[in-house]
Ligand binder design. Structure first.
Ligand SMILES: Cc1cc2nc3c(=O)[nH]c(=O)nc-3n(C[C@H](O)[C@H](O)[C@H](O)COP(=O)(O)O)c2cc1C
Length: 163
């Protein structure tokens, strides 16, 4: 069985919910880390076969904690199987562009699995301008939900053992 690390960065809980859903879908042992909490700096990444990394995207930008983790741990991460996911209201194609331009050159991006999971919006967690943006979005669009098909694909890939 693979040993899986799930790390996420989330502002209003959407990406956290996606990460928890991934964790609950896995049959293999996992560790779930909020990159907003301290402590990941000393994580022994070589103990894991697979690292699943998630962030939301705002104004075309992945979250700071996510970028920081990726840059700090790139030399270890490059040796793991890495799976990336995003949450947000833009398309998978658009968010993939935003995300992949922030990935250090060290990684072979063709070999990284990536899925956009969209995810439920929690309007009560937004304030000010952000709340207006989300209120306007909700008025004009169907409510986004977690992409469970993509979650299953991520879990299958994470649990697939290399021959
Ligand atoms: C000002 C603003 C800009 C946003 N820009 C994007 C964006 O560029 N791409 C996207 O997919 N979602 C965008 N969103 C939607 C957020 O990423 C969405 O709220 C996200 O699911 C929140 O996840 P989190 O709570 O895990 O941080 C934006 C939201 C706000 C309020």
């Amino acid at each position: 069985m693979n040993k899986i690390l799930i790390c996420y960065s989330s502002k209003t809980g959407t990406t956290k919910n996606a990460a928890v859903t991934i964790a609950n879908t896995l049959k293999s042992p996992y560790t779930l880390i909020d990159l907003g909490d301290h402590g990941w700096e000393t994580l022994p990444l070589m103990e894991y076969n697979v690292v699943i990394l998630g962030t939301s995207i705002r104004i075309g930008t992945p979250r700071k904690d996510f970028i920081h983790f990726l840059n700090q741990k790139k030399n270890e991460l490059v040796k793991n199987k890495m799976i990336l996911f995003t949450c947000g209201i833009a398309s998978e194609e658009q968010n993939k562009k935003y995300l992949f331009k922030r990935i250090p050159n060290l990684f072979d991006t063709d070999r990284i699995m990536y899925r956009h999971l969209e995810g439920e919006l929690y309007l009560d967690k937004y304030k000010g301008f952000s709340k207006l943006v989300i209120e306007d979005y909700i008025k004009k669009n169907p409510a986004p939900v977690l992409n469970l098909k993509a979650i299953n694909e991520i879990c299958n890939e994470a649990e697939r053992e290399e021959p």
